[in-house]
Design a protein around this ligand. Structure first.
Ligand SMILES: [Zn+2]
Length: 286
């Protein structure tokens, strides 16, 4: 089986009159098939997941926004990569599909990861092209299509679309982390790929709201945004995509992967942010 039994994603529709606001959580899923040739424990494999991010943003539909979330684990296939960003060292033979390298294969983090954050190799053997294609076709492409179709539909209806690409990050960078091992992260990192995926005003709106709630916010430092904001954002055409990284220390214990008391406070503040963004989107809608 190369796709979760209930489908590769969930899409929660707005519960009130829709506003042109779409959220997606590509890394909060946890499904992996039972028969992967794993050299590491499933617990270790799942460490890079953005645990509970979909739950943190669960109030989005109550503010008129759609909320898309992947059901499969990022450790199975990463939907925040181009489908052609294949790490050829994973393969036991040739790769016949188009190759679109991002450079992430160098650190083992292409569309299917080769190594964990600590450098351990994930699989016990090289994989057949068909195994990797099944992950892409069963999970990655349906997720990316669902996001693109929703953004297109919202944009067609409202003449504008605001998109939050929702993630979380380790409190402190790991050995392969952006910015170097041991670097402590801010509370919130917003990524607009150096001002190319949304208007400066939209980034500032989110920054100012979160800073006003007391959070330490940085922009494009160290996370600038990856594939999903790159393909979704086109600010000149009214498509604004912003990556939002939340520090895991705000809401979970990274060692036990349990929610902490901070979860409810963060969810409440994200609800306040959503109210601000929904107003902004409603006013911008035609
Ligand atoms: Zn993520």
């Amino acid at each position: 089986m190369s796709s979760p039994p209930d489908g590769p994603y969930t899409l929660v529709e707005p519960r009130i009159a829709p506003v042109p606001l779409v959220l997606d959580s590509p890394h909060s899923g946890s499904w992996i098939p039972a028969d992967l040739p794993l050299a590491v424990s499933e617990w270790d494999l799942r460490e890079p997941e953005d645990s509970f991010v979909d739950a943190l943003w669960a109030d989005a539909p109550a503010h008129g926004a759609a909320l898309l979330a992947a059901s499969f684990s990022r450790a199975y296939v990463d939907p925040n990569r181009h489908a052609g960003d294949m790490d050829l060292e994973l393969l036991d033979g040739p790769w016949s599909r188009p190759l679109v390298p991002s450079g992430k294969a160098r650190i083992g983090k292409a569309v299917v990861w080769r190594t964990l954050e600590d450098g351990r190799v994930i699989h016990t053997r090289r994989l057949a092209a068909a195994e990797l294609e099944a992950r892409i076709d069963g999970c990655l492409l349906p997720y990316q299509r669902a996001l693109a179709e929703r953004i297109d539909a919202v944009h067609a209806r409202h003449g504008v679309c605001f998109h939050l690409n929702c993630h979380s990050m380790r409190a402190v960078a790991g050995p392969m982390g952006e910015g170097g091992a041991g670097t402590a992260r801010a509370d919130v990192v917003l990524g607009d790929r150096d001002g190319t995926t949304c208007s400066a005003a939209f980034t500032a709106l989110v920054r100012d709201a979160m800073a006003g709630f007391g959070y330490d916010v940085r922009i494009n430092d160290p996370y600038k945004g990856v594939e999903l904001v790159r393909v979704s954002g086109d600010p000149a055409r009214g498509r604004h995509s912003l990556q939002v990284e939340l520090n895991k220390r705000l809401y979970m214990d990274e060692a036990t992967r349990q929610r902490t008391a901070g979860f409810d406070a963060l969810r409440r503040d994200l609800g306040r942010l959503l109210a601000v963004l929904a107003d902004h989107a409603r006013n911008a809608s035609r």
